[in-house]
Design a protein around this ligand. Structure first.
Ligand SMILES: NCCCCCC(=O)NO
Ligand SMILES: [Zn+2]
Length: 343
């Protein structure tokens, strides 16, 4: 399987995130991608190529122009205030506060974000655009005839909505790739999110649409991040009604329960008649993940890959979460190798 990878990911390296009321070192670190790349090479998964540049247009196909402009200008405006440390919001535009977009960078930082775990740094723009190019290059290769491609994307993307960042995500790499596949002629694309956390951003982007089916298996938002989206009764709106499937599972759910949800999701994808599949591949479903609470173990990721291959669809994998850094490479490549072995 071909891998698309950019070294520019290491330009995103936040110093701290606010977790459980205290500032802690970021869980989303460059070492995650280093370990995945090492495993791709060690297991001889296939060629590794660098992304080609695609510019802003494909990003603007799913993200709001004001939000993109904010991400591009945030750091220079922040550092012009004499601040050489990460930009993090200090409040949010919640119920009954004005929805007007603030002019000041501090206000925009609050307006265009959903949490304080997603630091904007000097390298964020470059890293996030490189991740988007990575996903787009994978889409190019899929349309060029590859059966499956792995976009080794960092920073991740599935929490990034049309107009806000969060959950370590800035651009929604999987959504950008899915939209690119649509723009290049596929009529129906499915996005399946197997990360521990609900892909609120991807749901936000495709919620009113019937051409992109979104499905997510995740920790129940009643107790798990992102708390405010990911419930089973969210089924889409307007033309998109019936094209959004959430499978929230209680924290601590056993592996067999997780695979029952996966099989339900796969059935919906087959019923939809998808012509391609984009997988938001988070491996924080691992039993040893430091911030998540499912029970998958290493062999289960092989099984996951084989189940996905059973759809017999051109498939694009985008890396999302997974914070047990030591085994992350093994788990990601287990999915990809399991997919390949199913043939
Ligand atoms: N800082 C709060 C938790 C962010 C979750 C990030 C993630 O893994 N999303 O899939
Ligand atoms: Zn996650």
């Amino acid at each position: 399987m071909l891998t698309v990878y950019s070294d520019s990911h290491r330009l995103q390296h936040g110093q701290a995130e606010l977790i459980d009321g205290t500032l802690k070192p970021c869980f989303e670190t460059p070492s995650r991608a280093d370990m995945v790349l090492a495993a791709v090479r060690e297991r001889e998964l296939g060629d590794v190529i660098h992304p080609s540049r695609h510019g802003a247009d494909p990003i603007l196909r799913v993200h709001d122009a004001g939000y993109v402009r904010f991400l591009e200008t945030a750091w220079p405006r922040w550092s012009a205030l004499g601040r050489d440390y990460d930009a993090l919001p200090k409040m949010w535009q919640v119920r009954r506060l004005r929805e007007a977009v603030p002019e000041h960078v501090e206000g925009q930082l609050c307006y265009y974000s959903m949490d304080c775990g997603t630091p904007i740094t000097a390298g964020t723009w470059q890293a996030a655009t490189a991740a988007s190019d990575t996903a787009l290059t994978a889409a190019d290769r899929l349309m060029g005839g590859e059966r499956a491609v792995f976009a080794l994307t960092r920073p991740p993307g599935h929490h990034a909505a049309r107009d806000y960042c969060g959950g370590y995500c800035f651009f929604n790499n999987a959504a950008i790739a899915a939209q690119s596949l649509r723009d290049r002629g596929l009529r129906k694309v499915a996005v399946l999110d197997v990360d521990y956390h609900h892909g609120n951003g991807t749901q936000d982007i495709f919620y009113p649409r019937a051409d992109v089916l979104f499905l997510s298996i995740h920790g129940d938002p009643r107790t798990e991040y992102p708390f405010f989206l990911g419930f089973a009764d969210e089924k889409g709106e307007g033309e998109g009604l019936g094209y959004n499937f959430n499978f929230p599972l209680p924290a601590g759910s056993c592996v067999s329960t997780w695979f029952v949800a996966l099989d339900c999701a796969l059935e919906q994808i087959a019923r939809f008649g998808a012509e391609a599949l984009v997988v938001s591949l988070g491996v924080d479903t691992y039993q040893g993940d430091p911030i998540s609470r499912f029970q998958l173990d290493s062999p289960d990721f092989v099984t996951l890959g084989a189940r996905l291959a059973g759809l017999k669809l051109p498939t694009l994998f985008c890396l999302e979460g997974g914070y047990a850094v030591e085994p992350i490479g093994t788990h990601v490549v287990n999915v990809l190798a399991g997919f390949e072995a199913r043939g």
